[in-house]
Design a protein around this ligand. Structure first.
Ligand code: HEC
Length: 175
């Protein structure tokens, strides 16, 4: 069954202004997601179930009261569906948050977050796949908006952003 069928799809009545600044690039490489490559999306769903669903939810719904920090100052995990703000960010920024963790990406070592850095846990290919899965679930309007953020961040001549293009070799399986 396709996971999108579970979503309560909430269309934003007014989309936020295009003010999200693209990541300047923690690693200096612009990474693109492959949200329309269904083999990668499927591989990414497996990565999601094993690594992300425990916090971000089986249906990408996030944790309760995700906008409010707890008594220790930690944010709960936000949703990755259209009700959250993952889709406000460029592909490259999503990749870098997942790979390096929020404190590195925002450049503040003292920033405390429960979001793990996945650089020693997942390969770049797995990170691209899991985020491609997440992106694939967004409704058309959010997809379009996020692509406009991307357009400010991505060199279209570098479809894999300089990262390995052997994602399919490593991740895809026929079913
Ligand atoms: C232990 C809980 C936990 C796990 C597991 C987890 N996250 Fe997170 N994630 C968080 C929290 C908490 C935040 C909010 C960041 C903060 O603290 O500022 C977050 C934020 C994010 C963001 C930024 C979203 C936004 O709108 O800015 C992305 C992208 C993300 N996570 C992706 C992932 C992916 C992909 C996985 C699995 C590979 C994953 N996370 C696993 C807790 C988790």
């Amino acid at each position: 069954m396709k996971i999108t069928s579970f979503f309560t799809i909430v269309f934003a009545t007014s989309l936020p202004a295009l003010t999200t600044v693209a990541s300047t690039g923690t690693d200096g490489i612009q990474t693109r997601l492959l949200a329309d490559d269904l083999a990668i999306v499927q591989a990414g769903e497996t990565v999601y179930r094993a690594n992300c669903a425990s916090c971000h939810g089986a249906y990408l719904e996030g944790q309760e009261n995700w906008r409010d920090r707890d008594a220790q100052g930690y944010l709960p995990a936000p949703p990755h569906d259209a009700t959250g703000h993952t889709w406000h960010h460029a592909d490259d920024l999503l990749f870098e948050i997942t790979k390096y963790g929020p404190s590195v990406v925002i450049g503040d070592e003292s920033y405390r977050s429960k979001m793990p850095a996945y650089k020693d846990i997942l390969s770049d290919q797995e990170i691209i796949a899991v985020l491609s899965f997440i992106k694939n679930t967004w409704p058309a309007e959010e997809r379009k908006w996020q692509e406009s953020v991307n357009a400010t961040a991505i060199d279209p001549s570098a479809p894999f952003g300089g990262k390995s293009s052997s994602i399919l070799d490593k991740l895809s399986s026929p079913d």
